[in-house]
Design a protein around this ligand. Structure first.
Ligand SMILES: Nc1ncnc2c1ncn2[C@@H]1O[C@H](COP(=O)(O)OP(=O)(O)OP(=O)(O)O)[C@@H](O)[C@H]1O
Ligand SMILES: [Mg+2]
Length: 278
């Protein structure tokens, strides 16, 4: 039985309305040899929402983001972006889709031969005719948003810590102010202060710029504290797609099993009380 909560089960927070379907992935199946990742999995992303994708390590979350972007073509199923099938798009159209999307790879993946400035500015150089002084301002602004000082602009990635590299990659993902950002583990490897900073940044991109975000995360504070809806990968599908509050109250064994370890922490930091009050 499909237990997906209807979209109405996750009402938008006060003062906001759900937008139309930006993405719809329909009946996606994908396997590597005997390793089945997805089997008839369907998921939609609505404009303006922040959606968390959670699930066990190795279940295919990073692959799912790459399917969304057309980097990986699924064995079966359709990926619709604003109603158009990615597989029917020309290379130019596909490139336009990718340009409208900011993407944070799980490993960060900076260009080692470029300075921090040029890494963050890369898409601005490539896809805009912004003057150089404005590009520099934008780079500094994006670095500030992720808690990095402008004095690091001339450094190369090799001289940065892992957490700093992650944040430079985040700054790069948001530099062109894309209408949607896909984050693969945005808070992984960061210290508590920066985890909070990045969570706040994702929230503020939604609230100030109406940016749609999809984030794959193992960080339950981030999923429950920041996101409008959560989608749990289970049994190669998304049988549970609902509000954070629904997840906390659910008696379904797979949901409880996944959430239980985090419950105490979510209570301690006040996220349970905040969600219950909604
Ligand atoms: N190109 C590929 N060829 C073969 N197997 C692959 C390929 N890409 C991914 N896989 C396999 O698919 C599985 C899912 O990978 P994926 O990275 O999407 O998991 P994940 O849910 O993101 O895990 P984590 O939470 O640890 O990041 C893994 O077993 C991985 O080895
Ligand atoms: Mg992953």
């Amino acid at each position: 039985m499909v237990k997906t909560q209807p979209f109405g089960a996750a009402p938008p927070p006060a003062g906001r309305a759900w937008g139309e379907e930006l993405w719809r992935l329909e009946e996606i199946s994908h396997a590597y040899g005997d390793v089945v990742l997805f089997k008839d999995a369907t998921l939609s992303v609505h404009r303006g929402e922040t959606l968390a994708i959670i699930g066990e390590s190795g279940c295919g979350k990073s692959v799912w983001l790459k399917i969304m972007l057309g980097i990986i073509e699924p064995d079966e199923g359709r990926v619709l972006f604003k109603g158009t099938d990615l597989q029917k798009m020309s290379d130019v159209e596909l490139e336009q889709v990718r340009q409208s999307v900011g993407y944070l790879f799980q490993a960060g993946a900076l260009f080692d031969s470029m300075t921090v400035h040029d890494n963050v500015a890369y898409a601005l150089y490539e896809h805009t005719d912004m003057p150089l002084d404005r590009i520099r301002e934008r780079v500094v602004h994006c670095l500030e948003m992720v808690g990095l000082e402008s004095r690091i602009v001339d450094l190369y990635p090799a001289s940065l810590s892992g957490g700093m590299r992650k944040r430079v990659a985040l700054a790069r993902a948001i530099a062109v102010e894309p209408e949607v950002v896909l984050y693969d583990e945005p808070t992984q490897g960061l210290d508590p202060q920066n985890i909070t900073r990045i969570s706040n940044m994702i929230e503020s991109l939604r609230d100030r710029l109406a940016i749609t975000s999809v984030l794959v995360t193992h960080d339950m504070r981030c999923a429950f504290g920041v996101c409008d809806r959560i989608a749990l990968v289970h049994d190669h599908k998304f049988p549970y797609v609902a509000s954070p509050r629904w997840f906390l109250e659910s008696e379904d064994p797979p949901v409880k099993e996944f959430i239980d370890d985090a419950r105490e922490d979510l209570e301690e930091v006040g996220i349970v009380a905040k969600l219950s009050a909604r």
